[in-house]
Write a protein that binds this ligand. Structure first.
Ligand code: PGA
Length: 251
């Protein structure tokens, strides 16, 4: 079994204008040949330019969402093929902000993931419990339901990445304990192996996301079954994201 290649993924959310491409240039200069996979997911308006900026460098570009349909009357939406043509290699799907702000269900996330993979993108599928769910000790049950409902029928290390993002840890500065992260990541690994077979379950990369920053990255990357991070706020500044990449390279 080939070792899983680690992945540092940045989610810029609704942040970033052309001036912010200088952060991408600084990041590439700091990591001319990164020792892990590096992905940046800018807003759709910057995707093509960011992909052009990264041309010839290992840094990959990704979208933050796509529609499940290939084309059609869906004002404001973007298809997976459009993201691919703009230069994306990945797309984040089912982020808790999409689930909360746009009412995305597990079934919709699954349909999007099927469309993304068919178009040739790798799907970064997000799962995670709310604070109320954690406090009522429903975390693993919620994660199991989200995995069962959101993942496509087939998965592989090339087509799917799973990001565990506790909703209460996103943008809050709060993080679960390392034991809590280990418990959920080990659980996700076991669920994937149970549902998709050991080879596929073992090949899929599991990212932790939620208030990852330079000061906590190393300890999180040392946790079992953590293959990288999905980073929001700290991916906007090259210096911060660079420190996280360096921590992942060393893990
Ligand atoms: P954060 O966001 O790193 O700003 O907490 C993570 C995410 O939502 O992907």
């Amino acid at each position: 079994m080939a070792p899983r290649r680690k992945l540092a993924a940045g989610n810029w959310k609704m942040n970033g204008l052309s001036a912010n491409l200088s952060e991408v240039e600084a990041l590439m200069a700091a990591h001319p040949a990164p020792g892990c996979d590096v992905l940046l997911c800018p807003p759709a308006t910057l995707l093509h330019r960011l992909a052009q900026t990264c041309a010839g460098h290992a840094l990959a570009a990704g979208g933050q969402d796509c529609h499940a349909a290939g084309n059609g009357a869906h004002t404001g939406d973007t298809s997976a093929e459009m993201l691919l043509e703009a230069g994306a290699a990945y797309v984040i799907l089912g982020h808790s902000e999409r689930r909360a702000d746009h009412g995305e269900s597990n079934a919709e996330v699954r349909a999007k993931s099927v469309a993304a993979i068919e178009a040739g993108l790798a799907a970064v599928i997000c799962v995670g419990e709310t604070l109320a769910e954690r406090e009522s000790t429903r975390t693993l049950e919620v994660i199991r339901e989200q995995l069962a409902g959101s993942l496509p029928g087939q998965i592989s290390g090339d087509t799917v990445v799973v990001a565990y993002e506790p909703v209460w840890a996103i943008g809050s500065g709060l993080t679960p304990t390392l034991e809590q992260i280990a418990e959920v990541h080990d659980f996700i690994r076991a669920e994937l192996s149970r549902g998709f077979g050991e080879d596929a379950g073992d090949a899929v990369r599991l990212l932790y996301g939620g208030s990852v920053k330079p000061s906590n990255a190393s300890e999180i990357f040392a946790v079992s079954n953590v293959d990288g991070a999905l980073v929001g706020g700290a991916s906007l500044k090259a210096a911060d994201f660079s420190a996280i990449i360096t921590a992942l390279e060393a893990a």
